[in-house]
Design a protein around this ligand. Structure first.
Ligand code: SAM
Length: 495
């Protein structure tokens, strides 16, 4: 989720950090952390999902940020991704594959090269999580099948897409199979069709539907792509107080601007009216749970990365990302590799990064549920750990590295020149500006704020396009034997 946003006429990335009101505590994590209370009023123009969520909270009390996020993005009645195509100039954001065909083409080249060099030419499938309009897959397949001498076209047996949105599934079918093609519904709940290249294609609406495949003896190798998928998965937010971990939850009502622990139980009215927002508008906003919740008891204890943090640390944890990464690890362990690109500015456990994206600008995540895209920074270390948690011997994790580094190593400069050859001047300029946008490593440049991360089968060497470090530059995990093989960081190389 650049997802790119465009404030005024400047192009920005989807994932610029929103400015939040801060209740000003400096956590011992060394960052300025907030009790994050960006809020806004529900609008009369979006009553459906907003009203449902407001009523649920008023009747049952505040809900987890993860529950709120899940409803906002994929609730079948009014979730953001369910009934619209949010990409492009008329939508809310754009992404690298939508900016230039070169992005998808280089992914296709990566798939072919990874398979050719390391996959021992085994029959394989390509899996994409969150394929949007199908643009990345379309450009990738074209590049993959045109690499004729490799034999990849013949070895590609299936394309699998994981897509929650019926509108986007339809757009993907049209793009990948042709406008006249038709879906067929299968007994296992998937829908199928055949691509323009004659390769069978299958859609699953939920990643959980791939679990059976991940644990089966299916012989195909799995080559996986996930571009701006993880940042749309629901996160929990916690703070480590002097009384233990407390969950930050989404409340609806008149916001208490002064108190920190302000969860009203249904029917309770103990907050003084003088403490409440002067405008007395009801809003969705964050509150800190006054006691433990089930999530705050379990999730921060689930890994030493969270357990060992000092008091007053704040964290965002995405159990769904753990689940998907673990699934990817199981698929790659059978043979194959994964290429993941997402938004992540700082290494480490994300803190207070949830943001809304609307009309190519950052906005409050609590503004009009279902009408605003939501995104949170991706924790690549957690993805690496999860992917290897059941497969330490078979799966290696590499990265994250800047998108620009990977694109350049994959030959984007040569591809740009080739595309420009013989074109009219204005087209040349357009291609050049697309190239510049993808590899821009300025402060909010896509080449820098988007990171590439890789999973490979452990029998492979470094992933294609990954800069191979000099031995002296290798970080600690490569040089020292791990002390506790059950609970170690992944084989992450930072360059
Ligand atoms: C930000 S868009 C990225 C689209 C595309 N990868 C691109 O870069 O252009 C996120 C994609 O993930 C899908 N998606 C979001 N949450 C999902 C979920 N929980 N399960 C399956 N698909 C999901 C959306 O419908 C959309 O296709």
């Amino acid at each position: 989720m650049l997802r790119t946003i465009r404030p005024a006429r400047t192009t920005l990335v989807r994932a610029v950090r929103p400015v939040r009101p801060v209740s000003g505590r400096v956590g011992r994590l060394g960052r300025h952390v907030t009790t994050g209370t960006t809020s806004s009023t529900t609008s009369a123009s979006s009553p459906d999902l907003s009203t449902t969520l407001a009523m649920a909270i008023e009747q049952q009390g505040p809900m987890s940020v993860a529950t709120f996020m899940k409803h906002c993005l994929t609730n079948p009645s009014g979730g953001y991704y369910i009934d619209k195509d949010p990409l492009g100039a008329k939508g809310d954001f754009t992404t690298s594959p939508e900016i230039s065909q070169m992005f998808g083409e280089l992914v296709g080249l990566w798939l072919a090269a990874q398979w050719l060099y390391y996959g021992q030419k085994q029959p394989f499938r390509v899996i994409e999580y969150g394929p949007g309009r199908g643009t990345l897959m379309d450009d990738s397949l074209r590049a993959l099948v045109s690499a004729k001498s490799t034999g990849a076209k013949e070895a590609l047996k299936e394309v699998l897409l994981v897509e929650a949105s019926p509108v986007l599934r339809d757009a993907q079918r049209k793009k990948l199979c042709g406008a006249e093609s038709q879906f067929k519904t299968e007994e296992d709940g998937s829908i199928t069709c055949v691509t323009k290249y004659g390769v069978p294609i299958r859609w699953y609406e939920d990643s959980k539907m791939l679990d059976k495949l991940a644990s089966s003896n299916d012989p195909l190798h799995n080559y996986i792509v996930a571009h701006e998928f993880f940042d749309a998965l629901p996160i929990y937010q916690f703070e480590k107080t002097d009384k233990g971990w407390r969950e930050l939850m989404v409340n609806y009502g008149v916001e208490n601007k002064t108190k920190e622990s302000s969860i009203l139980l249904p029917g309770q009215t103990h907050i003084k009216s003088s403490d409440l927002d002067k405008d007395k508008k009801k809003t969705f906003h964050l509150v800190t749970a006054p006691t433990w919740t089930v999530a705050s008891k379990v999730i921060p204890q689930s890994h030493k990365r969270y357990r060992d943090l000092p008091e007053w640390s704040k964290i965002e944890v995405c159990p769904d990302a753990w689940d998907v990464a673990n699934q990817m690890g199981r698929l790659v362990a059978k043979g194959g590799a994964a290429f993941i690109v997402d938004y992540a500015v700082k290494p480490g456990v994300p803190v207070n990064t949830l943001r809304g994206i609307r009309d190519h600008k950052i906005c409050s995540p609590f503004e009009e549920p279902g009408k605003v895209d939501l995104s949170a920074d991706v924790d690549f270390t957690a993805i690496g750990i999860a992917s290897r948690s059941k497969n330490k011997e078979n799966v290696s994790a590499f990265g994250p590295i800047n998108q620009a580094t990977w694109l350049k190593n994959m030959g984007i400069e040569m591809r740009t020149e080739k595309l420009m050859e013989g074109k009219e001047e204005y087209i040349k300029k357009r291609i050049e500006s697309q190239y510049k946008r993808l590899v821009d490593i300025g402060i909010n440049g896509m080449g820098k704020i988007y990171k590439a991360f890789f999973l490979t089968h452990s029998s492979h060497g470094y992933p294609v396009g990954f800069p191979i470090p000099e031995p002296k530059d290798l970080k600690e995990p490569h040089q020292k034997p791990e002390k506790d093989p059950k609970d170690t960081e992944p084989k992450v190389v930072e360059v």
